[in-house]
Design a protein around this ligand. Structure first.
Ligand SMILES: [Zn+2]
Length: 55
């Protein structure tokens, strides 16, 4: 599953697709060469908090 991003370079704005494994890593825009960080994975929807587990 790939992650779709838009190049943060306002003069480029190319749509990039990077592998899911690239989350949290730096990628380079193939068009303008700008490097930027791929946002991390979305927060997991878990109702249990480790600190409150078991109550
Ligand atoms: Zn770019």
């Amino acid at each position: 599953m790939a992650v779709t991003l838009i190049c943060p370079n306002l003069k480029c704005r190319t749509i990039l697709q990077v592998p899911d494994g690239a989350r949290g890593k730096r990628v380079r825009c193939a068009k303008c060469g700008k490097t930027f960080l791929v946002p991390g994975a979305a927060p997991a929807k878990k109702g249990t908090q480790p600190a409150e587990a078991g109550k």
